[in-house]
Design a protein around this ligand. Sequence first.
Ligand code: F6P
Length: 379
Amino acid sequence: MPTSIKRIGIITGGGDCPGINAVIRAVAKTAIYKHNLQVMGIEDGFLGLVENRISPLTSLHVSGILNRGGTILGTNNRCNPSKHYVGDDEQGNPIFQNRLDECVANLKRHEIEALIVIGGDGTMACAAPLVQKGINCIGVPKTIDNDILGTDITFGFHTAVATATDALDKLHSTAASHHRVMVCEVMGRNAGWIALTSGVASGSDVILIPEVPFSLDVITDFVNSRMHRGRGFSIIACSEGAKPAGGDQMATQIDPKRPDPVRLGGIGAWVANEIEQRTGIETRHTVLGHVQRGGSPVAQDRILATLFGHHAMELLMGGAVGRMVVTREGRLQDADLCECAKGQRLVPPDHPLIRAARSIRTSFGEYITDAGHGRKKSN
Ligand code: F6P
């Protein structure tokens, strides 16, 4: 049923990513020009909602931002209103409070009748309890990691892949000149989408992703055999969440105050060091880090962001409640926001891109067994 909403809020949560401003622009312009609504912007994600930092967003605020990286509203990946960190107790343990009622009160104070929530799985998980408290939230899936349940693609991913591919291309020429192994650690958290996609796009020799645990023996055999075959160098695209078979992911920091306490990282350096020790081949590592989140969105992300923003408004004005914009098989659709917040979309180990990469002799560093006989073969 169409709705008679007069005022909406826009909130951007979690890590920033290219294309957020393009979504804000699409949502706000559709709301203002097509539906004659008032739009309010919430600063710094859910922290701004808890702290009542909310102000009007006019067409002037959202013009000229289509190609700008980051988010004009600011964001935050440390605040979950259901479990808001307020300090430490005497033993140094974090104290959390439930601040959902304040969020609801602040929304009411500004007469905001619905929220467009632009964020990843963590942000959707923050929004889900608000939906249960009667605040209509429409989600727009944002993350460079491409790991949100329910959608085939998130905006920001294409730009991160382009950045990672460009870096891997650049590492190719220096690796070839020095006859080295180059390991490039890319982001993605527990999902290997960035490493897989940029690895294939750059023709990397080895791709390491969390979904396919690797063996160092297999990687070193593979790197050595490339040397003997006269290739003289190897490029390894390594996801920050990659892990050895039977081992754990590596973290640079564990912070219990954050909704996601684990900051992954360090696996690229470890793999590079092990390869050099075991093969004697000079090996270097690069950590791409937050450059993957920065800069101007590529055309694909600007288009996706515009389609997502418009679709979110169409859903809202059509009477949808607690839905998230998704794409499935190339078509814009919607899914239950609370359901999408329940997990992460990982790379299926039999994904077509993995099969294609294997058939052109890209190694995923895992043991390949012949007809279940358990013989090692570095593919
Ligand atoms: O979710 C996006 C992401 O960039 C991940 O790929 C990465 O693990 C994490 O955020 C880094 O978070 P932070 O910005 O807090 O270091």
